[in-house]
Ligand binder design. Sequence first.
Ligand code: HEM
Ligand SMILES: CC(C)=CCC/C(C)=C/CC/C(C)=C/COP(=O)(O)OP(=O)(O)O
Length: 303
Amino acid sequence: MTSLPIERPSAVTAEWRDLFALTKPRVMTLVVFTGLCGLLAAPVPVHPVLGFTAVLCIALGAGAAGALNQWYEADLDKKMKRTAGRPLPAGRMEPRSALHFGVGLSAFSVVLMDIATNHLAAAILAVSILFYVVIYTVWLKRRTAQNIVIGGAAGAFPPLIGWAAATGDVTLLPVLLFAIIFLWTPPHFWALSLFVKSDYAAAGVPMMPVVAGLQSTRRQAFLYTLPMVAAAIAPWPLGLTGWIYGAASIALNALFLLFAAAVLANKATDPAKMKPEKRLFGYSVLYLFALFGALVIDARLIP
Ligand code: HEM
Ligand SMILES: CC(C)=CCC/C(C)=C/CC/C(C)=C/COP(=O)(O)OP(=O)(O)O
């Protein structure tokens, strides 16, 4: 019997795959989606080529920031099960290549955004990259359990960038979109950190459950959920959106509150018994996709 030849990826394919992995593609889908929604929710017609270029710049900038984050924290990533297989800790890539890739792509995304749209959008993109790399990764992540509260602001900028790219300015609605993601980040991340606490403890990263304990983290995640719900519903009573967004946001936020309350009520210390935490984390991702999707449907369907 003849055996079939095993297909191995060529070295070149494997290198491209690692460069792509350096951009944290799964997490960045939501970053890019919220940026796209900020652009589409703006009350101005946007030329498709310009819109596409703006969203591409957000994707490139976010990916570049992800690469710089991985360049800086390869030592931490090596100590955690979830991240040990990344290109740098696994030794499949030279740190210098990741640094050049991250710096080059950051500069390219900001310059292209500036040429294609306007100074404001390019400036906010540059601030987001710097915020994630310098404020979060270099400064706060290893120093304080408030790292993701302050540093997490980086991930809240994309809708502002999209809106600014379309209109050249920033008004109340995009500021509320920023606030929603800013307040969403603690329940999103702390839900996850509750059931991967041991990973962070092993790496010596002062994430909230490691520093303040499980119950305090559950309480704080719930406390951020309350203003998040208010910020997420506010655009409708303020007259900034129509009823489609209003109805969707009430339903989505009611469910978020319910899941966050279930986490608050859970007293488990064993990750195997943290179903409510896993559910809240999974739902947090779905929630943001659905909320921003509803915003665009509302903005485009209701004149
Ligand atoms: C500092 C703030 C944040 C931290 C520390 C954080 C951390 C994490 C971690 C550790 C994961 C799971 C593992 C992974 O796929 O790498 C994750 C998943 C995810 N995060 Fe966040 N996150 C933050 C903010 C955000 C923001 C602002 C967004 C987008 C708006 C986002 C979108 C996602 C998505 C879509 C996933 C699921 C990825 C998948 O399916 O694998 N995160 N986050
Ligand atoms: C436009 C632009 C520049 C956007 C930036 C997007 C941004 C800040 C996203 C934050 C989400 C993210 C990848 C968190 C991971 O935290 P971590 O680095 O602690 O996670 P890890 O443990 O998986 O490395």
